[in-house]
Design a protein around this ligand. Structure first.
Ligand code: FAD
Length: 316
């Protein structure tokens, strides 16, 4: 089923999960353990992130070799394995970085053959050690271009002219940033770029994590004002430790409300910190549901316990 149908057909806000492939060499059982913990909450779909390789150059016998080292391969395989094992919709993330549009087309055809009808289209970040995002030659610079290519395929338009070409039927999600994407010159411009992505044919938006209800509310209201009408699902990260108060702002360009930081810092034990943090995220989800969101998308980051605590607190 397409994600957009699941969102629209559900009488209550849906729950969806996002997982990250295990590091190369680790077992897929780790992922099954996370899903087994969370499956009782009946997630409507599971997203699987995509990770670009870091390209390194190694010299052997005077010859320089270009070696793409991918720490977390397997996005599409994991999606197929989850669908097969749990009979649940999966949404592979698909990035612009590292792909020419021809490679993108072939990869989309693979997904189509596998029966995967959902894609989350993002640009991708520059690989570690690189400051700026550089598209592949013949690749896409912005997620909106990737969306456009997928929509074209949904209309049977491939990169070369093909007779009686079969259309695909992908439902497309894109990323939104309640606290602005870090490269955008300002919030308004970023929102207009998001609208452009939706105008190209994206069906729904999932947001970057945030920890303050007012930030999401403002984002939604401003998005609606400029004519973005598709569902906006809040991305929720159940935090549990003081360390995350500095790591997450650095890695994801987000902020924490002062009151939450104060409360977490005042907690006397790691267990107390965890309780304060999870309670905050449960309350945030309750506010979002009262506000009328059509779903809650949970960043599990490969760990089931904190997501379980959040969902238990929220749904009982
Ligand atoms: P874009 O929509 O292309 O936007 C990037 C920047 O360019 C923004 O500042 C935007 O305002 C600007 N912009 C957009 N269009 C234009 C235009 N036409 N002209 C000028 N400026 C423009 N990364 C991964 O590598 N793998 C993942 O699996 C992954 N999953 C994610 C899931 C979610 C829910 C989110 C929120 C992010 C995810 N990311 C992932 C991170 C994402 O790749 C980065 O945030 C990336 O820097 C931007 O991606 P985007 O799709 O938002 O890019």
């Amino acid at each position: 089923m397409q994600v957009i149908e699941a969102i629209k057909n559900s009488k209550k806000p849906i729950i969806s999960l996002e997982i990250t492939p295990p590091n190369k060499g680790q077992s897929i059982e780790d992922i099954y353990r996370v899903i087994d913990t969370l499956i009782p909450f009946e997630p409507a779909f599971i997203n699987v992130t995509y990770h670009q390789p870091q390209v390194v150059y190694e010299e052997k016998n005077g010859v320089i070799y270009r070696i793409p080292k991918r720490k977390k391969p397997g996005t599409v395989g994991i999606c197929a394995a989850i669908m097969n094992r749990y009979r649940i919709e999966t949404v592979p993330h698909f990035i612009c970085g590292g792909f020419s549009k021809y490679e993108t087309e072939d990869a989309l055809i693979d997904l189509h053959y596998l029966g995967i009808e959902n894609i989350f289209a993002v640009r991708g970040d520059p690989p570690p050690g690189q400051r700026e995002f550089i598209p592949e030659r013949d690749g896409h610079r912005h997620a909106s271009e990737l969306v456009k290519q997928i929509v074209n395929m949904n209309h049977g338009i491939y990169l070369e002219e093909l007779e009686n070409a079969q259309p695909t039927n992908f439902c497309i999600g894109v990323a939104g940033y309640p606290e602005k994407h870090y490269e955008a010159p300002n919030f308004e411009k970023d929102l207009l770029n998001l609208k452009y992505k939706v105008d190209q044919g994206a069906h729904y938006i999932i947001t970057q994590m945030f920890f303050d209800f007012e930030i999401f509310k403002n984002f939604c209201e401003r998005a609606r004002e400029i004519g973005i009408t598709v569902p906006i699902l809040p991305g929720i990260k159940p935090i549990t430790s003081l360390r995350q108060l500095s790591v997450l702002p650095r890695d994801f360009h987000i902020s924490f409300p002062a009151k939450l930081v104060e409360k977490m810092e005042a907690a006397k034990t790691p267990n107390e910190v965890r309780k304060v943090a999870i309670d905050h995220v449960v309350k945030l989800c309750e506010q979002l549901i009262d506000f009328g969101v059509q779903g809650i998308h949970i960043y599990t980051m490969g760990r089931g316990t904190s997501s379980y605590e959040l969902l238990k607190g929220l749904l009982g």
